[in-house]
Design a protein around this ligand. Structure first.
Ligand code: NAD
Length: 541
């Protein structure tokens, strides 16, 4: 920026549309859904601005209707991945030198394209490819992605404005250089917004990116790439490759120009990537940034003083929206004996009223889980719970994959607070509840803290301020996002920066300035106006 201290528009959260019966947006998204369902599309690799079709393809299907084919995507070879790296490094020369206001304009434009002309398309793609109901698609693929793009632009300018002190004879400046090399973005299936944010946040800060979406999210990833292109992201700045995740990662992590990984996904995969980075550390030109947001075993804790209906509602929404496939989803809950009958009644009433089926029928609250692997895993835990001692399934417990991967929202009651489904991330519509004796409140908090390796989200319900304060202290390391009298899901960009510690990630808080700092390598420039001409200090006499 040479000729002005430009101010970007103040970021505001995109309002969530209602999709109520009779609304214009409902009509539009259903029309787009039907059109897209009837098409059969091909998704190429995007390498250095080119659409690359390799002929090695895999199909894309709606999880709720898995015999129907939405299209196919092309899979990369090792050479394709290397071409993506070369394309990124070539693009870096111009992109890193581009004035920031141009980068800001591109991504602000992307936000407006999603808010307007692409809204129904990105929502319909997320409904079809990831089986989100319209509300879940709207808050994710439209609103959250728009928010990431708008807020990150504002945060970027706030970072750039952070400058050191200077004196009259020397001017100190910090420039926030992009990393020297390229960034590898690896994204999960469960949030279209995360898929868009991980590559774009690094690119916004002047980096070039090779992006590998999840194989079960490619359908909406294509819409993201189309938006980026139309918004003016130049060739090679964000390259998208799909295919064998291990081969792609091995190829990328072996490259000397690898400068950082922006990962969201499961803990095991992230730890594997970290290890490979360690193995290659002597090859890199720079120490790579390692940013990863990973799994969770998120809790809802109720104190005897709380309102049982509020707890039940937090569980109905927090555990079962998007079939529990949110890293923040409540999957273990601790309820006092004195409230249990009430909580149980409200929760079971809610579950009875849930409708399950295709997201095209907007009365369905629950749709399918993402794929057969996830379905089979969930079914095996449910089957085990049917046979294990001290464990009772009090709701759900059925599943059917004949048309779509449908798992009934399931509630397990356990006498053992360390039963496997209290500790292991299942990533599906399965909630396990442990009922504790009211007088064991303090011990129960210790149990919550020590039960799982994760520390992503958690919620406490209490009307008693002393009990609340005790929980805040006892659980200070048990969650990176801690909710009081609210469900543990639904973080909003600009309001609740998101991320957890322990095995849940590096806690670099997506949707905040803290994350963007990871994608820059500051250079301090000191300029002395009149340089000294004598080495002797006065004290030398
Ligand atoms: P996943 O770990 O299976 O996949 C994530 C990404 O890693 C995908 O792109 C996948 O193709 C890739 N991948 C898989 N195996 C790999 C390998 N061996 N080497 C390199 N890359 C590999 O996760 P998922 O099922 O897509 O997403 C669900 C997981 O993500 C859950 O554990 C959830 O808690 C977590 N998640 C965390 C957050 C957060 O902010 N903490 C947000 C969303 C999801």
């Amino acid at each position: 920026m040479g000729k002005g201290f430009f101010e970007v528009p103040i970021a505001v959260n995109e309002p969530v549309k209602s999709y109520a019966p009779g609304s214009k947006e409902r009509e539009e998204v259903l029309k787009t859904y039907k059109q897209m369902y009837a098409e059969n599309i091909e998704v190429p690799l995007y390498i250095n601005g080119q659409d690359v079709k390799t002929g090695d393809t895999a199909t894309m299907v709606p999880p709720h209707d898995h015999k129907h084919v939405l299209g196919s995507y092309h899979r990369a070879s090792k050479d394709d991945v290397m071409r993506a790296i070369d394309g990124a490094l070539e693009a870096q020369k111009k992109w890193a030198a581009m004035p920031w206001e141009q980068r800001a304009a591109i991504f602000l434009r992307a936000a407006e394209l999603i808010a307007g002309p692409y809204r129904s398309k990105i929502n319909a793609a997320t409904m079809l490819g990831q089986s989100k109901n319209i509300h879940q698609a709207e808050i994710d693929s439209a609103c959250e992605l728009i928010d990431f793009l708008r807020f990150n632009v504002q945060y970027m300018t706030e970072i750039y404005a952070e400058q050191p002190e200077s004196t009259s004879d020397a001017w100190n400046r910090v420039e926030y250089r992009p990393l020297e090399g390229f960034v590898y973005a690896i994204t999960p299936f469960n949030f279209t917004a995360i898929a868009g944010n991980l590559p774009s946040s690094a690119a916004l800060m002047g980096n070039v990116v090779v992006w590998k979406p999840s194989h079960t999210q490619v359908y909406s990833a294509k819409v993201i790439m189309d938006v980026f292109r139309e918004a003016g992201v130049p060739a090679g700045v964000i390259n998208m490759v799909m295919g064998d995740a291990v081969m792609i990662s091995d190829t990328i992590l072996a490259d000397p120009n690898f400068a950082g990984v922006h990962f969201t996904g499961s803990t095991g995969v992230f730890q594997g990537i970290w290890k490979k980075i360690g193995d290659n550390i002597h090859n890199y030109k720079t120490y790579p940034r390692i940013v990863g947001e990973t799994g969770g075993k998120d809790f809802v804790v109720a104190h005897p003083s709380t309102n049982p209906k509020q707890v039940a509602t937090a569980l109905s929404r927090g555990a079962f929206e998007f079939q529990g496939q949110k890293c923040s989803a409540a999957s273990r809950s601790y309820i006092p004996e004195s409230l249990w009958e009430d909580v149980k009644k409200h929760l079971l009433d809610d579950l009875k009223s849930f409708k399950m089926g295709s997201p095209e029928d907007m009365s369905n609250f629950i749709t399918a889980v993402i794929d057969e692997k996830s379905f089979d895993k969930l079914a095996s835990y449910i089957d085990a719970a049917k046979n294990d001692e001290g464990v009772q399934i009090i709701a759900g417990g059925n599943y059917d994959k004949s048309k779509g991967y449908f798992i009934e929202p399931t509630v397990i009651l356990t006498e053992d607070p360390k039963y496997t489904t209290m500790c292991t991330e299942l990533f599906g519509p399965v909630l396990t509840i442990y009922v504790y004796k009211d007088e064991d409140w303090s011990d129960m908090l210790k149990l919550v803290d020590g039960t799982s390796e994760y520390a992503l989200t958690g919620a406490v319900f209490s009307e008693d301020r002393y009990a609340l304060e005790e929980a805040i202290i006892a659980l200070k390391n048990a969650a990176g996002n801690f909710y009081i009298n609210d469900k543990p899901t639904g973080a909003v960009v600009g309001q609740q920066p998101f991320g957890g510690a322990r095995a849940s990630g590096t806690n670099d808080k997506a949707g905040s300035k803290m994350n963007l700092y990871r994608w820059v390598s500051p250079r301090l420039i000191k300029e002395t106006f009149v340089s000294p001409t004598d080495y002797r200090y006065p004290f030398l006499g």
